[in-house]
Design a protein around this ligand. Structure first.
Ligand code: CA
Length: 535
């Protein structure tokens, strides 16, 4: 049986930066609601909204102090109810972001837990006795110090592998587990369609607290192989329990954020018998170098890693990683050619994301080619960016800048000073300009999404890769119920001549001229050209 999340196109919203409805410079739930028409036009099916729960915002919402309420900065629970109901009316589902690896240090559970060893909540978190030194080398990666933070009241240290403001839960405690399953039921009852599980593979730590071995990689490892402070096998028990809670609520999706870029770890989160998470992020594309062969091999590795019946997913950008329009930008110096190449590569990447076999995740703004720029030190907000300044690529502010709606004041995001600077390219790169231009990147995304929805071969079909040219990513998508779709994507900045074996009818292409007939032989793909044809 197919599930709705397998046929869907997901769209991630970072709520602080999407749309501000009350002019305080910070995006909010009502702002998202105001943009539902835009999202329907774009054609996306599901919104994953990054956390908007009550939070001291030490990690911008990934530090929750009340899992059942909306932070006043983002609105009220009633605003969420209205958003859910309006979205449903328009055929859009909503997935929340559950931060269950750690809470805020201002969560009432942690106040109780840290007050006394006798507190019933004490065992909900992770503690070691204070001996004057930490028990191992685990680090708080946003602070570049030990992950073990002193707690004077009990003469102990607690664990926080991000910041000291994010104490980590003890998932071996049954009451803690039940508390989270109740939280999930609460949101399911409100009509939420599922959860993206933050740091899902981090819930369990080594029971012996062994030190992690050294890794030479700065990103995403922070110089340690995380085999003891994350990615422990016990997590699969919890995934099974969460799956049972989700199944009991109906067709609700669970999507895991796995740590690092390990496809085998991600694949294991689906469970051996389709009894754990429905989807787990494979982050290889976030680190992939430009090139048809690189992406093909990565996709093939991912397909091969998945257990039988598990449905793949792909993501090119998210709130923790530099945007792909920036990663794959044109490198030629000076002026128009570089800009044009960046734009052409964004189209190529979109075509791949939206025609591969697997659920695509779009990060807000990628549909207009939003990019990153180096922040001045004074404008940084992300604790990781501040701690690692001036290293580039680790701080996450550049990929979280406000959505560029118009070329007007503050890009139409807010009339107040936005919480993060707007990317300087907003006057030329914005929704309003692209919406009226059939040749824009936004129009390209809309065409691809509409085609994916219309053609069963694209949203549910099998995939067969073709060996045509080293720079051309080529595959056929087939579904039993309809014609096959051939996808040809030239990743090179030069033309490529290919033969694909059978004539076809072009249904979408980047080049504005060229007609609808696709020859079997002697096809010349222009630089960065995409051709999608029925064959
Ligand atoms: Ca606001």
């Amino acid at each position: 049986m197919r599930h709705w999340w397998e046929d869907a196109v997901f769209y991630q919203i970072y709520p602080r930066s999407f749309a501000d409805s009350n002019e305080d410079g910070i995006g909010d739930l009502q702002g998202i609601r105001n943009k539902l028409g835009y999202l329907v036009d774009l054609g996306v099916d599901v919104l994953w909204i990054s956390p908007f729960f009550k939070s001291p915002m030490k990690d911008f919402g990934y530090d929750v102090s009340d899992y059942r309420d909306v932070d006043p900065m983002f609105g009220t629970l009633d605003d969420l109810r209205t958003l859910l109901s309006d979205a449903k009316t328009r055929g859009i589902r909503i997935v929340l972001d559950l931060v269950a690896n750690h809470s805020s240090d201002e969560h009432p559970w942690f106040f109780e837990a840290r007050s006394s060893k006798d507190s019933p909540k004490h065992d909900w978190y992770l503690w070691v006795p204070e001996t004057g030194r930490p028990p191992n080398n685990w680090t708080a990666i946003f602070e570049l110090g030990s992950a073990w933070h002193p707690n004077l009241a009990t003469g102990e240290r607690y664990l926080g592998t991000f910041t000291k403001y994010q104490p980590e839960f003890n998932w071996r405690n049954d009451e803690l587990r039940e508390a989270f399953y109740d939280i999930m039921r609460f949101w399911y009852a409100l009509g939420v369609d599922g959860f993206r599980l933050d740091v899902a593979t981090g819930y369990f730590k080594d029971s012996e607290l062994r030190s992690n071995p050294f890794s030479s990689k700065a990103n995403p490892d922070f110089f340690q192989k995380h085999i003891y402070d994350r990615n422990r096998p016990e997590v699969h028990e919890v995934f099974k329990e969460m799956r049972a809670v989700a199944d009991a609520a109906g067709e609700r999706v669970l999507i895991g954020e796995t740590h690092g870029q390990d496809r085998l770890l991600a694949a294991s989160c689906y469970g051996k018998h389709d009894d754990e998470l429905h989807l787990a992020f494979n982050f290889e594309f976030l680190y992939e170098k430009w090139g048809a062969r690189n992406f093909r091999e990565s996709a093939e590795r991912w397909y091969a890693a998945l257990p039988d019946g598990a449905w793949p997913n792909f993501t090119l950008s998210n709130h923790d990683h530099p945007r792909h329009a920036w990663r794959y930008r044109g490198r030629r110096f000076g002026g128009a050619s570089s800009e044009a190449e960046t734009e052409a590569r964004a189209r190529v990447a979109a075509a791949m994301l939206l025609t591969l076999r697997g659920t695509p995740f779009i990060y807000y703004g990628e549909e207009i080619g939003m990019t990153c720029y180096p922040f001045p030190r004074a404008a940084l907000r992300d604790p990781l960016g501040i701690a690692t300044w001036p290293l580039r690529g680790l701080g996450r502010d550049p990929e979280r800048t406000p959505m560029q709606w118009t070329g007007g004041e503050n890009a139409g995001f807010s009339t107040a000073k936005p919480w993060l600077p707007i990317n300087r390219d907003y006057r030329s790169r914005n929704v309003a300009t692209q919406e009226t231009d059939p040749a824009s990147l936004l129009s390209w995304y809309k065409s691809l999404i509409a085609l994916r929805r219309a053609k069963a071969a694209l949203h549910e079909g099998s995939i067969t890769f073709l060996d045509l040219d080293v720079d051309v990513l080529a595959y056929t998508r087939r579904a039993a119920s309809c014609e096959s779709i051939l996808v040809l994507i030239n990743f090179a900045s030069q033309p490529r001549a290919i033969s694909q074996g059978a004539p076809g009818r072009v249904v979408l292409r980047t080049a504005r001229a060229g007609g609808t007939a696709l020859k079997a032989e002697g096809i010349v793909l222009k630089p960065y050209e995409v051709v999608i044809a029925e064959v």
